[in-house]
Design a protein around this ligand. Structure first.
Ligand SMILES: NC(=O)c1ccc[n+]([C@@H]2O[C@H](COP(=O)([O-])OP(=O)(O)OC[C@H]3O[C@@H](n4cnc5c(N)ncnc54)[C@H](O)[C@@H]3O)[C@@H](O)[C@H]2O)c1
Length: 136
């Protein structure tokens, strides 16, 4: 299956690498150009024991690539994973602004971020409104 992972941090990079390792074709996308440049140069920007050989092998075998290009990631994917950060809001709840900023255009989306109680309902409402806009 063709997958895109939005957010190439601890969760997104590990998810993307493991999905590629089991045979999926994965594009990892991030807004942080320096992070993507490092990954393209073969460096792993996070500390995660055992991750480097998995990333290296799957990049070499063509199942894993990195980009900052949203259109490339959207076009690639049967399923898009959202793995951006959810920092604590002023009241301690998860701030969903980065999750909601990730566009899903017509494809199915899976959410990995931590969210507070009710966050899943907000995301579901948002997805419904995106889908109804896309479908007219
Ligand atoms: N790290 C963990 O152990 C862990 C465990 C369980 C749940 N989570 C949850 O998973 C989610 C991700 O956590 P993380 O630790 O991977 O965060 P992280 O900060 O390591 O990575 C998030 C990445 O998302 C990128 N990003 C932000 N906006 C973006 C956008 N619009 N498009 C593409 N990329 C974008 C950031 O540049 C960053 O690289 C959070 O909700 C977190 O609470 C994390």
């Amino acid at each position: 299956m063709k997958l895109s992972i939005f957010g190439t941090g601890y969760v997104g990079l590990v998810t993307g690498a493991c999905m590629a390792e089991v045979g999926h074709s994965v594009v990892c996308i991030d807004v942080d150009r320096s992070k993507i440049d490092k990954l393209k140069a073969g460096a792993i920007p996070i500390w995660e024991p055992g991750l480097e050989p998995i990333v290296t092998r799957n990049v070499a075998e063509g199942r894993l690539r990195f980009t900052i290009d949203v259109e490339e990631a959207v076009k690639h994917a049967d399923v898009q994973f959202i793995a951006v950060g959810t920092p604590p809001d002023e009241d301690g709840s998860a701030d969903l602004q980065y999750v909601l900023a990730v566009a899903v255009s017509g494809n199915r989306a899976a959410f990995l971020p931590t969210s507070s109680a009710g966050g899943d309902r907000i995301e579901a409402d948002w997805l419904r409104s995106v889908a109804s806009t896309a479908l007219g």
